[in-house]
Design a protein around this ligand. Structure first.
Ligand code: UD1
Length: 422
């Protein structure tokens, strides 16, 4: 398993290009199964989660061609003939559960493994299943698999109220409803840019979805989704991660390009409270670190609130702030595996229920650390970048799931990160 050796204390200066979003690409890939012919998706990141989902899609007899140089993925479902997503692949990546909605919509029938637990908690799929029932599907369980069927091969459509608002369940229901026989209404739908991007792109291929970006989605079923080209959006979590990295590392001056500031929601306003240099353009963001960081407490919330996918990075930055702050996660109350690892690096941080209390500023010192999930791993890399001496971050395969060329991008602006295979 690969690890990183990080020599801390180097400032970040220069330009970093933001990749296409992982979480927005996966719904687009699933949506391609609904089309009458090949769909090409642009700006797809080179990430292990994308490769895993390509395998899941290929299992169905769908043809997948990834032009990695161009970052263009072409998915042709013309010969889709197998409606199964097997446990072996689904357990590697929960988003494979999008196959339930995609196969129901494309073929009226799906056999998809239940995803199981996750490093930071149970992560249920009850809303996905209740929602599909509300759209008219019959749902049964068999040996760890969900068997979903549409009566006479096509869902009639229906109304469902999401509680809580779930990104994954909203995506799955949109996929199932787009080619339904009638109209579907999703109340309290997720408003995340990933959902908006899916709906907008599907509409360009002939879908009739209105209300994307609001809590009320109305989907009028259509007979056909046309082949064509659709576009993935820049990764807002990668953007936020590098904004935080630039803010927390002294003497940094970083410009992020190919990004989309409007997708950051209220994160930009929260970030301004750090009083660092911030210039926001349409597709670029420049961050200049300041001598001191004030303590800024945050609480995660659904979009446009503070994303749970950035709370670990924020808490890591707060170890460098002058004073006490808190980070509370209301979306995933157990997502704190990074806390004991930051303590190993010298942070003064502890957890009470779904809140961590951080007392800054701590002078971090390199040590060996290991994390159990994607966002926790990147936080440990960031801590290593400000720590004295060498930090060893083990099991970086988590990072390879969700950050394209992380060490190359950071080394390109002055970091000293070495990947060691083994
Ligand atoms: C997606 C993102 C993930 C992000 C999360 C929240 C992808 C591939 N992953 O995950 O990076 O952290 O959104 O922004 O896009 N819930 C239920 N029942 C369900 C489904 C969800 O109770 O059936 C709850 C969850 O436990 C959680 C909340 O709803 O408390 C939101 O989760 P959800 O939006 O579904 O997250 P994911 O789509 O799995």
């Amino acid at each position: 398993m690969d690890k990183f050796l990080i020599e801390g204390g180097k400032s970040l200066r220069g330009t970093m290009t933001i990749s296409g979003s992982k979480n927005a690409a996966l719904p687009l890939m699933a949506a391609a199964l609904l089309a009458d012919g090949p769909v090409t998706i642009t700006n797809v990141p080179l990430l292990n989660d994308i490769f895993t989902f390509n395998k899941v899609i290929s299992e169905t007899g769908t043809q997948v061609l990834f032009d990695q140089e161009k970052r263009e993925l072409t998915i042709d479902p013309t010969h889709l003939n197998n409606h199964v997503a097997p446990y072996d692949l689904v357990r590697k990546m929960r988003a494979s559960f999008y196959m339930t909605g995609a196969l129901l919509g494309a073929a009226g029938d799906a056999r998809v493994s239940l995803p199981g637990g996750c490093a930071w908690g149970p992560r249920p799929v009850n809303l996905h299943l209740e929602g599909m029932r509300a759209l008219g599907a019959s749902i049964e369980m068999d040996s760890g698999y969900v068997i979903a069927k549409a009566p006479n091969g096509r869902l009639p459509g229906g109304t469902f109220t999401m509680n809580p608002s779930s990104v994954g369940a909203t995506v799955n229901l949109v996929l199932a409803a787009v080619k339904a026989g009638g109209k579907s209404v999703i109340r309290n739908a997720a408003m995340e840019p990933d959902v908006v991007n899916l709906c907008d792109n599907l509409n360009t291929l002939g879908a009739r979805i209105s209300g994307a970006g609001t809590p009320l989605l109305v989907i009028d079923g259509v007979d056909h989704i046309a082949p064509g080209t659709i576009h993935n959006t820049p990764d807002r979590i990668e953007t936020g991660t590098y904004m935080i990295a630039a803010a927390m590392i002294p003497d940094s001056d970083v410009t992020l390009t190919n990004t989309l500031a409007r997708d950051l929601g209220s994160f930009t306003d929260t970030f301004r409270k750090l009083r660092v240099g911030l210039e926001v353009g349409d597709s670029t963001i420049r961050i200049r670190s300041a001598d001191r960081i004030p303590p800024v407490s945050i609480e995660t919330a659904i979009y446009p609130g503070f994303p749970t996918d950035l709370q670990a990075q924020w808490a890591t930055m707060m170890t460098q702030a002058d004073g006490k702050s808190t980070v509370t996660d209301h979306i995933y109350p157990d997502r704190f595996s990074y806390v004991p690892e930051l303590v190993r690096l010298g942070a003064d941080i502890d957890r009470r229920d779904n809140t961590v209390i951080i007392r800054g500023r701590s002078l971090l010192k390199g040590a060996s650390v290991m994390s159990t999930d994607l966002r926790a791993s990147v936080s440990l890399v960031m801590a290593g970048l400000v720590a004295r001496d060498e930090t060893e971050v083990l099991r970086v395969y988590h990072l390879d799931r969700g950050y394209e060329k992380l060490e190359d991008k950071l080394n390109g602006v002055g970091a000293a990160i070495k990947r060691v295979s083994g």
